[in-house]
Write a protein that binds this ligand. Structure first.
Ligand code: SF4
Length: 532
């Protein structure tokens, strides 16, 4: 086929790279918001831990700058869920920024539904929620793509280089394809000097697998227009490009980015990591908040008046609640106000030099420690009973303690505090299944009997989940008695210690996926005349 050609024009543009190696992004100065929280929303993945890494990195960077009272992340496929994240926030005003590449199904349907948003600004449970535009549609993304292209191929002469921006491409989201086409047009018009700037896709024409046929140049730079190095950008596209023979491990465990240039099909192929992993995305997130303020001019919020969650946590620990999940909380261990370690390793933790346990200062490593089990399994559900051993984390105050626990057991401290004071809303299974869309819509056709069986097959410590189920099937249908329905959310706490139970206020994504499979099996087992 003939591929559309976008010759680079000689129009000057403020992101021209011809005269500078690493251009500064033209970010707006950001006015600090000491009474507001930032909530970054991502997709997340049940299979690939690299998928959520950029969201945490951007949150860390913004937190480091001290611009908000709180910075949180939440996900569609990982924990904390969007609904649970709102319980973790003390601030009365929340800016919600979708870290998505385009407007579409997730930003227009899923996020508003899950966060119960009613428009640009929603007031719910005493909080004012501002819904910003997704990161990927911000005008500064063009600069970021150019920057990424130059970083990956610093010595390639643009005049002999084709720049391909690649994405998924699917009939399901025309906006994502349009966003990529727009970027290709903007860069072609930017004066960056590339011989050709074009778009290509995994699942629609022009196909990225044909990258060499699109380029007359010696060099080809491919920049994936994805928010993270998930399955597509680092496992599927490398195979389509011919860089790998088969789908490989996650990005963090592969060398696919580090071998540039690759000599392939008589060209030099440079492949970059996903555009969303660019550290300057943190600035784009802030830009979206500033743009929201410019457009809507919200009144500044009052300072929060209720005691923060960290203060509640301090009181819980003082009252003797020194375990959560598989973690023991120590007070005043050596010179440290708080320390966390695996509940099986109290003997080591209290020895000199912590008995040889790997010592982590501050909450920053909590995500790494909790991501993989000892056998290398990805713990996308943090309530799993396979937290690894061999570490101790020392913390300076209750804020750090809360931050660390929110990585080990996302949202669980806040849920328990709300549960204790009787303000935690609980979602029935039918309500949870009823709000599924896309391929998971089908999950709601599971029978009550099938759902009860599934709870016994999937939940509870016998199946590696340490959470206490709070929900019923529907308001009139409690769970049938079983080890899973009886479990109290506390794993083997000694009699002299109390624990903060892990609570399941609505069925997790893993359970929803299992419902879908079971519903399908039920349907397949029915005579064809009564199939759903
Ligand atoms: S639904 Fe079941 S498996 Fe999922 S978190 Fe709740 S108790 Fe655990």
């Amino acid at each position: 086929m003939d591929y559309p050609r976008r010759k680079s024009l000689s129009v000057r543009f403020n992101c021209s790279l011809q005269s500078r190696k690493h251009p500064p992004l033209s970010v707006m100065p950001f006015t600090a918001k000491p009474n507001s929280a930032l909530l970054i929303v991502g997709h997340g993945s049940t299979e690939n831990p690299d998928s959520s890494t950029p969201y945490f990195d951007h949150a860390d960077e913004i937190r480091r700058r001290g611009l908000f009272a709180e910075v949180h992340v939440c996900f569609w496929k990982e924990e904390p869920s969007m609904r649970e994240a709102l319980f973790m926030i003390d601030a009365p005003e929340v800016y919600i920024v979708p870290d998505f590449i385009s407007e579409g199904y997730f930003t227009q349907d899923v996020i508003p539904r899950e966060l119960q948003l009613e428009g640009d600004t929603t007031v719910r449970h005493g909080k004012t929620l501002h819904y910003c535009l997704p990161v990927g549609v911000h005008r500064s993304m063009t600069d970021l793509i150019l920057r990424r292209a130059q970083e990956v191929a610093p010595d390639a002469d643009p005049a002999d280089t084709t720049l391909i921006i690649t994405g998924h491409g699917t009939g399901l989201n025309q906006n994502s394809t349009k966003a990529i086409r727009d970027q290709a047009d903007l860069i072609a018009a930017s004066g960056a000097g590339y011989a050709l700037v074009t778009d290509a896709y995994m699942e629609e024409q022009p196909f990225i697998a044909d990258w060499d046929k699109m380029a007359d140049t010696s060099n080809v730079v491919v920049v994936p227009f994805f928010i993270s190095d998930g399955l597509h950008s680092f496992q599927d596209i490398p195979v389509m490009l011919g860089l790998e023979k088969e789908v490989g491990p996650a990005a963090s465990q592969t060398d696919v980015f580090r071998n540039n240039p690759n000599r392939l099909r008589e060209k030099n192929l440079y492949y970059s990591s996903a555009i969303g992993t660019e550290p300057l995305i943190a600035d784009v997130i802030l830009d979206q908040v500033s743009d929201f303020d410019k457009k809507h001019s919200p009144a500044p919020p009052e300072a929060a008046t209720l005691p923060p969650l960290s203060e509640h946590l301090k009181q819980l620990v003082r009252s003797g609640m020194t375990q959560i999940g598989q973690i023991r909380i120590q007070r005043d261990l050596c010179e440290f106000p708080y320390a966390l370690h695996h509940m099986d390793e109290e003997d080591l933790a209290t020895q000199p030099a912590f008995g040889g346990l790997e010592h982590h200062r501050g909450p920053g490593d909590a995500r790494n420690i909790s991501t993989y089990a000892e056998d290398g399994e990805y713990r996308f559900t943090k309530g799993k009973t396979n937290l690894r051993h061999g570490w101790i984390m020392t913390l300076d105050d209750e804020q750090d303690l809360l931050r660390a626990l929110d990585q080990f057991y996302p949202g669980c401290t806040a849920l328990f505090i709300k549960y204790k004071d009787g303000t935690l809303p609980i979602e029935t299974l039918r309500k949870k299944l009823g709000r599924q869309t896309g391929m998971y819509r089908y999950a709601d056709s599971i029978s009550d009997e099938g759902a009860q069986k599934l709870i016994q097959k999937v939940c509870g410590p016998a199946h590696n989940c340490a959470k206490k189920i709070l929900w019923k099937l529907d308001p009139e249908t409690p769970l049938v008695d079983s080890e899973a329905s009886r479990f109290n959310g506390i794993l083997g706490a000694p009699p002299d210690k109390e624990a903060i139970p892990l609570l399941c206020r609505e069925a997790c994504n893993h359970f929803v996926a299992e419902c879908r499979k079971a519903a399908k099996a039920e349907s397949d087992a029915k005579p064809s005349s009564v199939k759903v």
